[in-house]
Ligand binder design. Structure first.
Ligand code: ATP
Ligand code: MG
Length: 733
């Protein structure tokens, strides 16, 4: 079995561990946790003959999921990887998923209604805050009633309670208002026939705990980055893992989602809930050079509460990480951009633009870096939030399609009815909403009635204004009922509402936006062909059971909502550093390693900030840069900045962990090829070659195919002059 060959003994033990015994794999960064998880899936399928669809693998982001899919495809072949859709876990019907913006729209009027108590005390409360408090409650699995009970209990609790905040009357007032809004918000969601992102989990838990048939299909659950699951996610896992076959991997040192209610305590909970859970520790780091690992461990080791763990590497020492201060953020940014250019020039094609990452603690830092990169002509993209589905033009068009799919969905209606502008103001919209409410019609039915002249008390100008909207919706609904493809629907939609012209008139950057519209069409057709490719053998439907079929449009909308999930959550707190979790790059740069940034000035968990810096540093394979500007402009004002205590404490103890000048100036002069070059060459070879992939062995100092040996296979040798010598010996295709 190929996928077993490249594993070390501890990894092998984890992969071959009995599927019936719950397993926790705990280990530091780069120790192959994700690799082990992926190999274990392959093992379950190939050795234990579990059907692929009976395995539920959970990762944190779409990016991580894709990475896992890619690794898995390599191990077991494409035809064996299948996807299951939300529908197959029973979330049926035409419900819509609200994103944060839509949720805020629902919250706004409720906030107005319930905030009078706060007004009297001059307390401000914003929709975003309400939403994030509701979301935190949901992450803990608290319903509106439980949430209220909880705060009431706390406010009457024993004096001197250690709970933060609750002793302050301000927060208590806010909580009470939020509890009321929470209840009304839930009612509105159900009335709109919609769920928010947290509901997706909560409803999943409900479904699986109440209906054991729904989990029959699941034979094994595997969770990556388990340290960052919250209570509700844990409950969902427990509900699905009905048969107790669970494998989780995690690293408490990398827990960085406390602000999103993640619970490291889930590791202990699992040991209680899943009797006889076993643990396997992995101790060898395969990602980073020894000097990067040493510096990173020194950073996290400053947390005295942390449980010591051993982590070693057999990689070469490698260049010492760079730590450097600059007089301003602009000089810092241009240094980093200059370094990228210099290294790429020196590494003669071995390292390319895509091998560098700049990890930022918060999004606003990106502007300076982006412009420095641009000045140097370095292409770049933003990793933290590919905010595609948050863009105005995308939301406009999706709103129309959402109404076609679910005419009860109010936020989409409010958005679409006056986009492009039809002279329908807020007053008219409010009037329509209240009429719809009274008449028990959905909004679409109502405007159709008005347009058709069946409501004599509505003024003719309004009827006229509604004309083009009603016509467009009728055409779209007819097309959708004939199962038109989503990409055709979007084509037709932009024609019907003259959307290109609308963008031209209203948006200065209309051309990039129009490109995004084209990209949405591409996305729609990709989803369509994905669906056609995926076999329908994963039906869980009992014979004779009636279930509405998902239309192509609904499947497309579901796909687009799931794609926007990361974006949605990236709004508050999330940034490139968080998004980089589980990933790796040859060169990692972390600017603004300053007080106020690391730790972030708004944080209430210093240790979590330290771990975040640790996660950032441990993404690096060969080169690591930390930098600091002594002066930085924040909100238009220049401020002095001190080096982060996370780093200053470390260099006080051991100044040799960092240097302030990069040590590799001239690669061609080096005698022995560097790890970076070797890894890159091997990767490049694997990308372009039709032969079996090579693996680099630090032990033997050359790359080889694990299955070669006697019969001979591609082989890459690294000579002492530093050049590469590729020998495809008797290459087996
Ligand atoms: P993180 O905690 O950052 O998510 P991880 O523990 O999940 O890290 P992986 O991403 O699975 O680590 O592995 C890190 C790198 O080490 C990957 O490039 C992987 O291919 C490589 N690796 C893991 N195990 C081995 C091994 N036994 N031999 C060679 N390379 C390995
Ligand atoms: Mg990982």
């Amino acid at each position: 079995m190929d996928y077993l060959k490249s594993l070390n003994p501890a990894q092998l033990r984890a992969v071959q561990h009995s599927p019936e015994i719950p397993l926790q794999i705990l280990a530091g960064p780069g120790s192959g946790k994700t690799k082990v998880l992926t190999s274990r899936i392959a093992h379950l399928i190939l050795h234990h003959h579990l059907p692929p669809w009976s395995i539920c693998a959970v990762t944190f982001t779409n990016k991580a999921a894709n990475e896992m899919k890619e690794r898995l495809t390599k191990a077991i072949g494409k035809e064996k990887t299948q996807k299951r859709y939300a529908r197959s876990i029973g979330l049926e019907g035409n419900f819509t998923v609200c994103d944060a913006e839509e949720s805020k729209k629902i919250i706004a009027p409720l906030l107005k209604k319930y905030r009078h108590d706060l007004d009297a005390k001059d307390i401000t409360l914003k929709e975003g805050t309400v939403l994030s408090l509701i979301s935190k409650a949901k992450a803990k699995g608290l319903s509106a009633t439980q949430f209220l009970r909880d705060i009431q209990a706390k406010s009457h609790g024993p004096k001197g309670s250690k709970e933060p905040f609750t002793s302050s009357s301000t927060v208590n007032d806010i909580d009470l208002v939020v509890a009321e809004i929470y209840e009304a918000y839930e009612k509105t969601l159900r009335k709109n026939n919609s769920l928010d992102f947290d509901d997706l989990l909560l409803f999943g838990v409900k479904l699986f705990t109440e209906n054991h048939d729904a989990v029959k299909w699941c034979k094994h659950v595997l969770v990556d980055e388990f340290q960052d699951t919250n209570v509700t996610q844990y409950d969902l896992m427990r509900a699905i893992a009905f048969a107790r076959c669970v494998t989780v991997v995690g690293d408490p040192d990398q827990s960085i989602y406390g602000w999103r209610s993640a619970e490291v305590g889930n590791l202990a909970r699992m040991q209680k809930d899943f009797f006889s859970t076993e643990q396997i520790l992995l101790e060898e780091n395969y990602r980073s050079t020894a000097s990067i690992l040493k510096a990173s461990l020194a950073i996290v080791a400053q947390d005295k509460t942390r449980i010591q763990k051993s982590l070693r590497t057999s990689h070469p020492v490698g260049p010492i990480p760079v730590l450097r201060s600059f007089p301003s953020e602009h000089i810092e940014a241009s240094f980093l951009a200059g370094e990228i250019k210099r290294i790429v020039a020196h590494m003669g094609g071995v390292l390319n633009w895509g091998d560098f990452v700049v990890l930022l603690r918060f999004n606003a830092l990106s502007r300076t870096i982006e412009s420095a990169l641009q000045k140097e002509g370095i292409p770049s993209r933003i990793l933290g939030g590919h905010k595609f589905f948050e863009r105005l033009e995308i939301k406009d068009l999706l709103a129309y399609l959402q109404i076609v799919d679910n005419p009860q969905f109010i936020p989409a209606f409010v958005r679409a009815i006056n986009t492009p502008a039809r002279g329908i103001g807020e007053k008219t919209i409010a009037e329509l909403l209240s009429r719809a409410d009274k008449s028990k019609l959905n909004l679409l039915e109502l405007v159709e009635k008005i347009h058709d002249g069946k409501t004599p008390d509505i003024k003719p100008p309004i009827k006229r204004k509604l004309g083009s909207f009603v016509t467009s919706m009728r055409i779209l609904r007819t097309l959708a009922s004939e199962n038109a493809s989503p990409s055709d629907l979007i084509h037709r939609l932009v024609e019907l509402i003259s959307y290109e012209e609308h963008l031209r008139k209203t948006q200065p950057d209309w051309d990039t936006r129009w490109e995004n519209v084209q990209e949405l069409i591409t996305f729609a057709s990709d989803v369509q062909s994905d669906l056609q490719d995926s076999p329908s053998t994963v039906e869980t439907q009992e014979p004779g059971e009636e279930r509405p079929r998902d239309t192509p449009l609904r499947l497309f909308l579901q796909a687009s909502m799931l794609s926007s999930e990361g974006d949605n959550q990236s709004k508050e707190g999330e940034n490139e550093c968080h998004a980089a979790k589980g990933l790796e790059w040859p060169v990692v740069m972390v600017p603004a390693v300053e007080q106020g940034t690391f730790p972030f000035y708004r944080t209430d968990d210093i240790e979590e900030e330290r771990r975040l810096l640790y996660v950032a540093c441990t993404r690096a394979q060969s080169l690591l840069y930390l930098s600091h500007a002594t002066q930085r402009k924040v909100g238009g004002e220049t401020k002095s900045k001190d080096l982060s205590v996370f780093v200053s404490a470390v260099i006080k103890e051991n100044p040799a962990l960092f240097i302030d000048r990069p040590s590799i100036f001239s690669v061609p002069e080096r005698k022995k090829p560097d790890e970076v070059e070797v890894t890159k060459r091997v990767a490049e070879y694997n990308r372009t070659s039709r032969h079996r992939p090579l693996e680099y062995s630090t032990q033997y100092g050359h790359a080889y195919t694990p299955q070669m040996s006697s019969q001979g296979a591609p082989y890459m040798n690294f000579t002492s002059s530093g050049s590469f010598n590729l020998q495809p010996v008797n290459a087996a295709p």
